[in-house]
Design a protein around this ligand. Structure first.
Ligand code: BES
Ligand code: ZN
Length: 589
C-alpha cells in the first residue's frame, strides 16, 4: 500500500482522521502538555493504524465505545521523521482515544521564561507546526494531504489566556485553573494547528480583525497593522470570499522563528515587524493571501511547497500593487530576485533542490527551506500571467481556488489544470523547464520602476567611489534602502560601514530588515564597534531570516568565527527548534 507523502506514515486505504477532540493541560513548571485526544476516522479502520509522533510520551490507547477496550500499541525506532506509532487490533473501529504528554523539548513548542517576553513577568508558550512538527504535539497523520476539523479544551493556570487558530468558545474557571475552549469547523491540515498561552491582551483593529499581543506591545502593534481592512478588501476582490470568519493577528514574543505564519483565523507574527512606520506590513498581506493559497488550496506534500508559497508571493505583490502602486510592487519583486539568486548560489545552480517540484525523500523539508519556492514560484507565475494577460490570469486564479478549495494538490495536478484552462500558457512558457529544471530558465520576467532606477543610480555612484549621496537617498523608503544594501558587497571598509550607519541610522534602527544586512556587513568586515549590537540582536530575536545570514557572516570570517560559536552557545536555548537546527548546520560547515 502506498504512502502518498514521503514525510508521513499516512496510508489512506487504512483510514484517515476526520475530526479530533483535544483535552490538554498546560504545565508551565514541567513545560509539557498532557491529556488525551479522541480521533474520528473517515471509515472503519483496517487491522493496524500508523500515526506520526515525535518525542511524545504515549500513555495508553483505547477504543471509545462503551468497552473502552485497551489497544496494543508500539513506537518504532526514531528516524528524522520521528517515531511511527502503530496501533493494532483496530479493525472496524471508527474512533479511538490516545492519552499522551509532550516532551519539554517538543520541536513544535517553545516554552519561554518571563525574561523572554515583553512584560518579563509571565512565561509564555507558543507553537509552530509547519512543516512536520505537529507530530511533536499530538499523534497525527502529519501530512498536508490530510484535513480534519477539531475541538479543543486547554486547561491553563489562572490568569493566562489561551488562543488558537480556531474559533474561541470562551473560558471557564475551574479548581485547577482556567479552561479555554475552541472549535475549528473547517477541515485543516495538521501543520495549521496552532496555539499560544501567555499574558495576552487584545484590541479591535478591523471589521474581522482583533490584534492579540502582550499588553506592553499592543498599542504599537495595533497602529502598525491598522491597514488590515484594506488588505482584506483587495484580497477578496482578487480571490473571492474570505471564508474563515475572522482574520485576527497575534504578535509573538521576539523568539518566534518566522516573520509570519498563516495559522487560519489567527496569523502569528514576529514583533520585528513593528518598525514604527508600517514598512513591513507586506508580511501581513502575505499571510492573509495564504487564506486562499495554502489554507484553502493546500500543497499535497512538501515537495509541492512552491504551490503554497509561489502563489502567495504572487498574490502578496498583486495586493501590494493595489495599495502602494505598481512601482513599489516591482521594487519588492527585485528584492525578491536578490534573495532568490542568493538561495540558488547557496545550493549551487545545478542542485536538484533549486527545482520548483523537489524530490525530498530522505530530506527533512525544514532543512531545505529557502526562498526558491517563494521567488522562483512567483516568477514562474508572473511569466504565465504575462503570457496570457492579466485578465485571463485573474479568471484562472478564481477558477483554481474554487475548483481545489479544501483540497490538497500536487504539482502535476496543478499542471494538468493549467494545461486544460490556459493551454496558451503552455505554448508560450517553457513550463517543464520552470518546474522540473535546475537553476533559472533563460527568459525570466524583469521589473522596471523609477524607484529601482533611483537606487541603481546611487549604487553606480557608490561603486565609482562617490560617498556624497545624502541628498539622493533622502526620500527613499525602507524597500529602496533594502535594495541598496543588498547591492553593496558584504565586505566593506570600516569607513564605509560607518558611512552607511550615518546615512540610514542603522546601528540603532528599529527595522531589522535594514539593521541585519548592515550587521552582516559589519561582521564580515570585522567592524568591532558593531559586535555588541550583534550580540544583543542574536540574544533577542529568533527569526531565522535574520539569524541565518548573521551567523553565516560571523562564522565565515576567521576574526568573528569564535564570536558566533560563543554567542550561539549562550543563547541557543532561547531559539525555536527550527532556528536552532538551521544555525547548528551553519556553524558546522
Ligand atoms: N508559511 C510560511 C512560514 C513557514 C514556511 C514556516 C515553511 C515553516 C515552514 C509563511 O507564510 C512565510 O512564508 N513567512 C515569511 C514571510 C513572507 C513575507 C515571505 C517569513 O516568515 O519570512
Ligand atoms: Zn508563506
Amino acid at each position: 500500500m502506498t504512502r502518498p507523502d514521503p514525510h508521513s506514515c499516512w496510508i489512506p486505504q487504512n483510514g484517515t482522521i476526520k475530526h479530533i477532540h483535544f483535552h490538554l493541560t498546560a504545565d508551565f513548571k514541567r513545560q509539557i502538555f498532557s491529556g488525551y485526544a479522541i480521533y474520528d476516522f473517515d471509515k472503519p479502520l483496517s487491522d493496524t493504524l500508523s500515526l506520526d509522533t515525535r518525542k511524545l510520551n504515549i500513555e495508553s490507547v483505547a477504543s471509545t465505545d462503551s468497552h473502552e477496550k485497551k489497544l496494543e500499541w508500539k513506537l518504532a525506532d526514531e528516524t528524522f521523521l520521528g517515531q511511527t506509532l502503530t496501533i493494532s487490533g483496530v479493525k472496524g473501529l471508527r474512533a479511538l482515544a490516545i492519552h499522551f504528554s509532550t516532551s519539554p523539548d517538543s520541536d513544535a513548542l517553545q516554552w519561554l521564561g518571563p525574561e523572554q517576553t515583553a512584560g518579563k513577568k509571565h512565561p509564555f508558550v507558543l507553537s509552530q507546526c509547519q512543516a512536520i512538527l505537529a507530530r511533536s504535539i499530538f499523534p497525527c497523520q502529519d501530512s498536508p494531504g490530510v484535513r480534519f476539523t477539531y475541538d479543543a479544551e486547554f486547561a491553563v493556570p489562572t490568569g493566562f489566556k489561551a488562543v488558537m487558530a480556531a474559533k474561541s468558545l470562551g473560558s471557564e474557571e475551574t479548581k485547577q485553573g482556567t479552561l479555554w475552549r475552541f472549535h475549528m469547523k473547517h477541515a485543516i491540515p495538521s501543520y495549521l494547528f496552532a496555539l499560544a498561552i501567555g499574558n495576552i491582551a487584545a484590541e479591535q483593529i478591523g471589521k474581522k480583525s482583533w490584534i492579540y499581543a502582550e499588553p506592553e506591545v499592543l498599542k504599537d502593534a495595533a497602529w502598525e497593522f491598522a491597514g488590515v481592512d484594506s488588505m482584506l478588501e483587495r484580497a477578496e476582490a482578487m480571490f473571492g470570499e474570505y471564508i474563515w470568519d475572522r482574520f485576527d493577528l497575534l504578535v509573538m514574543p521576539p523568539s518566534f522563528p518566522f516573520g509570519g505564519m498563516e495559522n487560519p483565523t489567527l496569523t502569528f507574527l514576529t514583533p520585528t515587524l513593528i518598525a514604527g512606520d508600517r514598512s513591513l506590513v507586506n508580511v501581513v498581506v502575505h499571510e492573509l493571501a495564504h487564506s486562499w493559497t495554502g489554507n484553502l488550496v493546500t500543497n499535497a506534500t512538501w515537495e509541492d511547497f512552491w504551490l503554497n508559497e509561489g502563489w502567495t508571493v504572487w498574490a502578496e505583490r498583486r495586493i501590494l500593487e493595489r495599495i502602494e502602486g505598481e512601482e513599489s510592487a516591482h521594487l519588492h519583486a527585485v528584492n525578491g530576485r536578490h534573495a532568490l539568486d542568493e538561495a540558488i548560489a547557496d545550493f549551487g545552480k545545478d542542485s536538484p533542490l533549486t527545482r520548483l517540484k523537489t524530490d525530498l525523500k530522505g530530506h527533512d523539508p525544514d532543512d531545505v527551506y529557502s526562498q526558491i519556492p517563494y521567488e522562483k514560484g512567483y516568477l514562474f507565475l508572473v511569466a504565465i500571467e504575462r503570457a496570457v494577460g492579466r485578465e485571463k490570469f485573474g479568471g484562472f486564479l478564481k477558477k483554481y481556488i474554487d475548483r481545489y478549495k479544501f483540497q490538497s494538490l500536487t504539482t502535476d495536478g496543478f499542471l494538468r489544470f493549467l494545461k486544460k484552462e490556459l493551454p496558451e500558457a503552455y505554448d508560450k512558457v517553457d513550463v517543464e523547464t520552470w518546474v522540473y529544471g535546475n537553476g533559472m530558465p533563460a527568459d525570466v520576467p524583469a521589473f522596471q520602476s523609477k524607484l529601482i532606477d533611483d537606487v541603481m543610480d546611487v549604487v553606480r555612484k557608490w561603486k565609482a567611489g562617490q560617498r556624497d549621496i545624502q541628498r539622493a537617498v533622502k526620500s527613499w523608503d525602507v524597500t529602496q534602502k533594502r535594495l541598496f544594501l543588498s547591492e553593496l558587497p558584504l565586505k566593506l571598509s570600516h569607513e564605509d560601514i560607518s558611512t552607511l550607519d550615518k546615512l540610514f541610522n542603522l546601528a540603532d534602527s528599529r527595522n531589522s530588515e535594514l539593521k541585519v544586512p548592515w550587521l552582516c556587513k559589519a561582521a564580515a568586515s570585522s567592524y568591532e564597534p558593531a559586535y555588541e549590537k550583534i550580540r544583543e540582536l542574536l540574544g533577542e530575536v529568533g527569526r531565522g531570516k535574520f539569524l541565518k545570514p548573521l551567523y553565516k557572516a560571523l562564522h565565515e570570517n576567521p576574526d568573528t568565527k569564535k564570536l558566533a560559536a560563543d554567542i550561539f552557545g549562550e543563547v541557543k536555548d532561547r531559539y525555536h527548534h527550527l532556528s536552532r537546527v538551521a544555525i547548528e548546520r551553519i556553524l558546522e560547515e
